[in-house]
Design a protein around this ligand. Structure first.
Ligand SMILES: [Zn+2]
Length: 270
């Protein structure tokens, strides 16, 4: 399932082909993904120039000179293919640039989505309106987290996964950042010290940037015929390593929290 770093590398990869280009052709091979494509999608994008690209939480943003932004979500299995040799049955949306480059949004399970949003109203768009700050942006600080966690008895792990507190942080990255910061995932949010939060914030950025760098290093291979953007494997310190050794010499444990696995080390995470 694509997480924030995969979406970020997907956007960066798409930008190499799409940013500044005119969208010459829009082809929809079905009417919907998780929900219907906007009825005016082809009309709104055909002939539009891409003026910039970005990401908010796990959504990719394609801004156009028509003051509208195409917002895509990759769902569980979505991916963009650049200049695919063939258009397959899971390539539900195909864009062609004025330069003849072809971008296919491929989504076998169709949990993804495509929307058109007025560019100047993006912040108020319903899925974005309640989101917390971006973990890689200036809004995420130890001071902010201290205020958000104040008096909360919920586990710090679950609070960090709450999109209203921090946007787009996934399970892997929360597990890793808590391990590196020496914070037990079950610690009550309100009882995480300011000093620990001071450690945590840069480590959240560190694990995300490592993942983005891992995606970026494989990106060169992806921007080729039939390349797929955005999926990569990376070795983590605790995630998926139950029973293995932590860097401190302790043993990585796995527990369930909020229906998901938490990997942590009881020796160095307090
Ligand atoms: Zn440890």
């Amino acid at each position: 399932m694509p997480e924030l770093p995969e979406v970020e590398t997907t956007v960066r990869g798409l930008a190499t082909v799409l940013d500044g280009q005119v969208i010459a052709r829009v082809q929809m091979n079905r009417a919907d993904l998780r929900r219907p494509f906007p009825v005016d999608l082809a009309q709104a994008l055909t002939g539009a120039r891409v003026t910039g690209m970005g990401r908010r939480a796990k959504y990719g943003l394609i801004h156009t000179d028509r003051a509208r932004t195409m917002v895509f979500h990759l769902g569980m299995s979505g991916r963009w293919r650049i200049d695919p040799e063939d258009i397959g049955k899971h390539d539900h949306l195909v864009l062609e640039t004025g330069e003849g480059r072809v971008l296919a949004l491929n989504d076998a399970r169709r949990f993804g989505s495509v929307d058109l949003v007025d560019s100047d109203a993006l912040d108020a768009w319903r899925p974005f309106a309640a989101l917390g700050p971006e973990p890689l942006g200036d809004g995420l600080t130890a001071k902010y987290l201290a205020a958000a966690f104040k008096d909360r008895i919920a586990a710090v792990k679950l609070l960090l996964l709450d999109q209203r507190i921090v946007a787009g942080l996934g399970n892997i990255y929360v597990c890793e950042a808590l391990n590196r910061a020496g914070i037990h995932p079950e610690r009550e949010g309100g009882k995480v010290s300011r000093k620990a939060l001071d450690r945590l914030v840069p480590l959240i950025r560190e694990v995300l940037n490592e993942a983005i760098a891992a995606g970026g290093s494989t990106l060169r291979d992806y921007v080729q015929p039939d390349g797929e953007l955005g999926y990569f494997a990376k070795d983590w310190r605790v995630y998926g390593r139950e029973g293995e050794a932590c860097t401190c010499g302790g043993t990585v444990l796995r527990i369930a929290q909020g229906g998901r696995s938490s990997f942590f080390c009881a020796k160095c995470q307090k």
